[in-house]
Structure formats: C-alpha cells, structure tokens
Design a protein around this ligand. Structure first.
Ligand code: MN
Length: 252
C-alpha cells in the first residue's frame, strides 16, 4: 500500500513522526508536510507564491518533503508532483489538539485529508485531544488499524474519516465510537494588548467546554474516553432547503 502522510503542525512535529512510524507497518510511506506550523489554515491553497519543496531529515535520516505550502497544497503536491505512484491512502496528523464539532472547518489537519478525498483517495484525519503532555502511542496504533481496514473496505466517494483520540494510555481507552459532529462552537474572544511601541494588537483566545446534549457526538465520545470516528463529507448543500428556496421565486 502506498501511503501519503501530511499534517498541519509542520514536518518536525512529534505527531507526524509517530504516525509515519506506525504506518510503515502497513506500506510505503511518503511524507509531504508544511515546513512550519500551519494549524487552523483550513482548506487554504497557495496561488500567488511559488511552492518550495526541500528534503527534510529527522534524527539524521531522510524523513520526507517539507513544503512552504498548506496541508491541502502538500497533498496536491504529493499526489501530482512528488509521488511516483498514486497513493492508496492519505493520512493527516497526528494533530496536537482535537478536531471535533465545528472546529473541523478551521482545521488544516482535516483539510489535508479532505484534499485526498477530493482527489478520489480514501483519506483519514487523526487528532489527539489534548494540548498538554501528548502521548501519541494510542492514536498511532489506532491509525494503523484503521488504515488496514480502509485497505480492505472502501469509503464512499466524497467521504473521509475524522478520527479523534483521547490522550490516554491504551489500557485506559474505553473503545471506539462511530459519531456525528457535535453542533457546538469554541467560545472565543480577543485579548487587547499593547506592543512595545504603544500600538494596540489583538490575540484570539477562548475555551472549549460547551454542554452538548447529543450523546452520539464526537465531543461526548471523547469526554467518555472513547476514540471517535466521524464520517464527514464536503458537499455543503442543504438539500432539504432547496425546494423552499425555489419557492422564494428569486428573479433578476
Ligand atoms: Mn495543528
């Protein structure tokens, strides 16, 4: 199996190394990832600047291709310019921080996998639900299992798997739940500060502790200690609303 790996935390992040190491047991791994931190760039692509690609080494060995682009750029580059064979699977991660609920829309990690699905390749995004003391081992182990499942079965066109893993040792994980996206949002606000020259600047911050009554959601699965697997898609059309909107009788 040919596997393309990307992320949004950058090619030198701990999570992508854990993922690449695990997936080598499933096939031939090619890493194409951003040369720097690119979290929360969503599905951005680079169209007004050249895309640079250099070989990146970790622990003295060739690890992968570092690109000046976004995760979506990296997947496009990997498939259309760098890999000799078309990948059988695209895996993005392992992200430092969960990508559940509507956070998926901002996520570079998920967008890396979305780009793979757009190009017709089975794709998985993997995130670890913590920002402190990450232990990637459970998430990496599960990513390998899921990669092998994806090889055996197939995913519907236009659908990818969004995986979130609690930051727990394997023995503490309760199991795996197939979930839907929580309909909750990050509660964010801006801190107004002064720079050394007296100018104002803003820094976004916030918390993510929403109540969610939906027991089938990704958020509640994580809170209960389960690995969450959500099948997501990128056709954003609200089909139920089409006929009502037609009844508006929109005219020029
Ligand atoms: Mn990230």
């Amino acid at each position: 199996m040919e596997i393309l790996i990307t992320n949004d935390d950058g090619i030198y992040a701990e999570g992508i190394s854990a993922l690449a190491c695990a997936l080598k047991k499933a096939g031939n791994v090619t890493v194409v990832a951003p040369d720097t931190q690119r979290s929360a760039v969503g599905h951005a692509i680079t169209i007004s600047d050249p895309l640079r690609v250099v070989k990146a080494r970790r622990n003295g060995e060739f690890f992968g291709y570092a690109s000046s682009g976004t995760p979506a750029d990296c997947v496009k580059l990997g498939i259309k310019a760098i890999m000799k064979k078309r990948p059988d699977l695209v895996v993005s991660g392992i992200n430092l921080g969960g990508n559940q609920a509507y956070n998926v829309l901002y996520s570079g990690t998920v967008s890396g996998a979305t780009e793979g699905a757009l190009l017709g390749i089975p794709s998985i995004a993997v995130s670890l639900d913590t920002f402190v003391n990450p232990d990637y081992s459970s998430a990496a182990k599960f990513a390998l299992k899921l990669a092998l499942q994806c090889k055996k079965r197939s995913l519907p066109a236009g659908t990818l798997l969004n995986v979130n893993v609690p930051n727990l040792p394997a023995s503490k994980l309760k199991g795996v739940r197939v979930t839907n996206q929580s309909r909750t949002c990050f509660n964010d606000w801006f801190e107004k500060r002064k720079d050394p020259h007296g100018g104002d600047y803003y820094w976004m911050t916030g918390d993510y502790k929403p109540k969610d009554a939906d027991q089938a959601s990704d958020l509640n699965a994580l809170r209960a200690g389960y690995v969450s697997v959500t099948p997501i898609q990128f056709d954003l059309t609200n089909y139920k609303f089409i006929s009502e909107l037609e009844n508006w009788g929109l005219k020029l």
